[in-house]
Design a protein around this ligand. Sequence first.
Ligand code: SF4
Length: 696
Amino acid sequence: MNQTVRPRIAASACPHDCPSTCALEVEVFDGRSIGRVRGAAENAYTAGVICAKVARYAERVHHPDRLLHPLRRTGAKGSGQFTPISWDDALDLVAEQFVRAEQAHGSEAVWPYYYAGTMGLVQRDGMNRLRHAKKYSGFFSTICVNPAWTGFIAGTGKLAGPDPREMARSDLVVIWGTNPVNTQVNVMTHAARARKERGAKIVAIDVYVNSTMEQADLPVLLRPGTDGALACAVMHCLFRDGKADWDYLDRYTDAPRELAEHMRTRDPAWASRITGCPVETIEEFARLVGERPRAYFRLGYGFSRSRNGAVNMHAASCIASVTGAWRHEGGGAFHNNGAIFHFDKSVIEGEDVRDPSIRMLDQSRIGSILTGDTEALRGGPPVTAMLIQNTNPVSVAPDQEKVKRGFARDDLFVCVHEQFMTDTAKLADLVLPASMFVEHDDIYQAGGSQYILLGPKLVEPPGECRSNHDVICALARRLGAEHRGFAMTARELIDATLQKSGWGTLAELEANRWIDCQPDFATAHYLNGFAYPGGKFRFKPDWPEVPFTRWHRTHDCPSIPPLPDHWDVIEEAEPEHPFRLATSPARGFLNSTFTETPTSLARERRPEVMIHPADAASLGVCDGQEVMLGNPRGVVRIHARLFDGVRRGVLIAESIWPNSAYPDNRGINTLTGSDPIAPFGGAAFHDNKVWLRKAQ
Ligand code: SF4
């Protein structure tokens, strides 16, 4: 049909948890179906390029397995037995269960739980309005950004940096701890332009030779959790070789002489022993940085998902201050642009009715919380009722065995509002069908670029699917929750939020497609000073007081090193657990999304763990053989893939497959820990010690 009908091309934005937030052009056929999705060529960051999985988004929208009707559980939890129920009855049931939980244990017994399945401000964050209006338990959002953002802000005082499009005008692009070929293709667009037009070099730093490392001029292969040591050795070489910009250091940084003295013992031989990276490679990297001060350090999330992740992020960002890279167009360090958008989300989130005395529960510790850990519950009542939107904790949360035990509780009522029957939906009491991004209105703020974009409703949702906003408002009516946001449409919320934030109106955004929020050059490059009193970049952060907006500190951390260093708190390998495991993102998936689309499944094939051939030989493991991975948190059965693009002793399992894709129904997060990363929490997804044996 799509070949004979001429489509309308409609503007949209990618809703997924990917820093690029691409501007999209969607083929719309008849108000009900979409065709090809393309990147908007006029958008200066997207530049017409998007990833393959979103280009084929029609596979998700029109997937035969989409949830289309509300379902109520009829068999035992997890039995997969559900029966259709009307929307009215389903919403009445949720309201009844929430009231019952509140009557038995108080309002904090209800825990609305969401995350980044959509990054739209209305459909993602609206749950907070219901939470605040009803005084339900708070949601301390930790699973993704906390170590990375804290580490970056520790140096600069603010989460922002040079225009990401400036990568195209760099002499050296350092892609550190992120795999943009898999996860945000636009970084490669701009880095490749710099290489083609200026002869720039691309350095990639990672824990396995992934697709980005393959395209780099200098791939730097490390053991997981050792990035701080690499950064220190580079700074050692810069001071040693007279490549430090002392004029810049004296003017813009807090303790340059202390730093230089501290780095005297952090030489490449020291770092090589920690990282596994040859001295020659470290020297070559340092030489490139020293000779090319117009260097853009594109710092990703991956290397922060470690117990020392915040310290590693800070150490990497310090290099740009030693060379004064910030001075130059195409120079400096960049992680995320969160601070430039200054959104006032009070109408969406209901901040004005928030009671600050209500407890905050740590998202990453959902397993401990649902299994009754008193400390995780912060001394409050048990959680006995949940509404879950935009996330799939039974698959994606750490310490999976505990998470599953929690969801199996008979006294816990769970409503999951979802697009597919995920691992979490399978354990729910009630499953509600959710719309996708082309089926509702929303607004998006990029992280890896500087745009605000509109994603309007383009087609009708199939079956009885409803948007998150609709469900939240319908529940609010039943629960007597009061806030003016519940009486507004998604478009009204967008318009009000834009106006309150000083970004114009919805009509203007609709006409212009996006807003370029890039600050001026001097501000973006901190040429008027960094965002701390006194304007200095901090080599010596006051870690517990880093101005990170997620206020709840999980550690006092007296042991955090005062200056950049290798902070040895990672889950080191030892004789009983001789391997270090990282759970890096698969190219065809985005967290647990796209694990249902045919082309992604065909590409990824099955869950596998990459192991160095010499390690495999020492254990008698052959390519393709089933092996068991284990640690005190659990055991996973998985197929081995022999791969010489990892250091000896390192394992990589690209993720996140559904639990049902594993022979024993135990997903890779069975092995990951939920102990909080210092100083503001987070999960160390790439910091796991494990043993490996041939499966029986
Ligand atoms: S690269 Fe990222 S933002 Fe762009 S379309 Fe793909 S998932 Fe979306």
